[in-house]
Structure formats: structure tokens, C-alpha cells
Design a protein around this ligand. Structure first.
Ligand code: IPE
Ligand code: IPE
Ligand code: MG
Length: 237
């Protein structure tokens, strides 16, 4: 694998609603079309040798959306996972989810659990869906867990360092790949919207001016090309 291929890519799949509305469709139709892109990008990331792909599919703030839209989003996700299991297994993909999973509808949670179990031996790429995810919530739950471990004598405050803290984050199964190398947000918005606040400390950013349903494999290659030309200094000269 080329060192120029990012090890961990995180994507904020944004602009489904605008894509649909611009074409006179209801917003939910954009989510349906968007799920086809997920399939293509996952496949291509795996083919290129990316180690971790983390997709923002639902933020803690997205619960504020109308009930009908939420229902389509969850149905689409459930269907996606159900339909892709076989293909993911064949391609050695391991599935992981981060976020307040207990808030998800039971049937969606069950489907995800089943898929994660089925794909647990995948060793080619770890695909993570961020669902009911918030970066601040993730950090708070990590701090809470750590405090509890200290109270129970499992950890000591002095033992805490960045590496140790990462063991408490939802992304801990990503291990050495948990730092995001490239963060892509579609739709032209240039904000992080509470995504991977800890893990994206030194991420390179790419903001394609396309809505997610228009983000093709060809556009993904452009994002990767941009990444190749970045000089990552990590604070050094
Ligand atoms: C991204 O598209 C998908 C989710 C947030 C679930 P949006 O639904 O945010 O689409 P826009 O940004 O309103 O166009
Ligand atoms: C961020 O997009 C979350 C996802 C893409 C899943 P939003 O569309 O919810 O974010 P804002 O409201 O534009 O910041
Ligand atoms: Mg949006």
C-alpha cells in the first residue's frame, strides 16, 4: 500500500436533503440515493488499501429532525447493512459503530449487532458508522469511564496520557489507525459539526462542492489526489 493513501478516512456525508430538493423530490429521497454512494465509496476505499473508513451518518443533533425523515434514515441504514453483509464479508471488512447506540430503534440495533458479529473477523478494513454520534459526548463518556475506573482502583489519575485516554474512546477498536488522516465533508459546508473532535486533531480537510449523492468514485479519487499533495508537518518544520 502506498504511504500516500490515507490510513484513516472520515467522511461527513452531507447534502442529501439539498440534492433532493434541488430536483423537486422530498428530502428523504436524497438519503436513498446517498446510500448507493456509501456502497461505492466503501468498496473503493477497501480496494485502495485504506485501513479505516468512518462515516458520519447521524449526529446527536440530527434527532431534531421530523419523525418521517428519521424513520427513512433508520430504514435506509438497516436495509443497507442487511444487503451489504455478504459483500463486506467477502471483502474482509469489519463493521463497527460509534455513538449513543442505545438510542437507536431496536430493530436497527439488532441488525447492526448481527452484522458486527458476522463480520468480526474482517481484517482488511474497519468500516465505522457514526450513529447518534457527537464528539463531545464521546469525550465525556470516556472521561466518565476513566473516573469510574479510578474510583474502582483499576486506573490512577497519574496514569492518564493521550494513548491511555484513547482506550476509552468509542474508536478504540481502530487502535493505531484512530487518528484521522483525511476528513472529507461534502455539500460545500466547511464545519466539523461535532465529528471526531479528538481523532481529527491533525487531519487534512477536503470540502468538495458536491452533495453526497453526487460524490462519485471519481470525485473520491480527486479528494485522495488533494491529500497526496498536502505537506503534513505535525507541528515540526
Ligand atoms: C446528510 O444530508 C445526511 C444526514 C445528516 C443524515 P442532510 O440531510 O444533512 O442534507 P442537507 O445538508 O440538509 O442538504
Ligand atoms: C452533519 O450534517 C451530520 C451528518 C452528515 C450525518 P448536518 O447536516 O446534520 O450538520 P449541520 O447541521 O449542517 O451542521
Ligand atoms: Mg446537512
Amino acid at each position: 500500500m502506498s504511504a500516500l493513501v490515507p490510513k484513516h478516512i472520515a467522511i461527513i456525508m452531507d447534502g442529501n436533503g439539498r440534492w433532493a430538493q434541488a430536483r423537486g423530490y422530498p428530502r428523504f429521497y436524497g438519503h436513498l440515493r446517498g446510500s448507493n454512494r456509501v456502497k461505492e465509496i466503501v468498496r473503493e476505499a477497501r480496494r485502495l488499501g485504506v485501513s479505516a473508513l468512518t462515516l458520519y451518518a447521524f449526529s446527536t443533533e440530527n434527532w431534531k429532525r421530523p419523525e418521517e425523515e428519521l424513520s427513512v434514515l433508520w430504514k435506509t441504514l438497516k436495509k443497507y447493512v442487511h444487503r451489504q453483509i455478504k459483500d463486506m464479508k467477502k471483502n474482509g471488512i469489519r463493521l463497527h459503530v460509534i455513538g449513543e447506540i442505545e438510542r437507536l430503534p431496536t430493530d436497527v440495533r439488532d441488525e447492526l449487532k448481527r452484522a458486527m458479529n458476522e463480520l468480526k473477523d474482517g481484517n482488511q478494513m474497519i468500516l465505522t458508522f457514526a450513529l447518534s454520534y457527537g464528539g463531545r459526548a464521546e469525550i465525556i463518556q470516556a472521561a466518565t469511564q476513566f473516573a469510574k475506573d479510578c474510583m474502582n482502583g483499576i486506573a490512577t489519575p497519574e496514569s492518564l496520557n493521550e494513548k491511555k485516554f484513547e482506550e476509552y474512546l468509542w474508536t478504540s477498536p481502530l487502535g493505531e489507525n484512530s487518528d484521522v488522516d483525511l476528513l472529507i465533508r461534502t455539500s460545500g459546508e466547511k464545519r466539523i459539526s461535532n465529528y471526531l473532535l479528538w481523532q481529527a486533531s491533525y487531519a487534512e480537510f477536503d470540502f468538495p462542492e458536491l452533495n453526497w449523492p453526487d460524490y462519485s468514485v471519481e470525485e473520491f479519487h480527486k479528494s485522495l489526489e488533494n491529500f497526496k499533495n498536502r505537506k503534513r508537518r505535525f507541528g515540526a518544520v
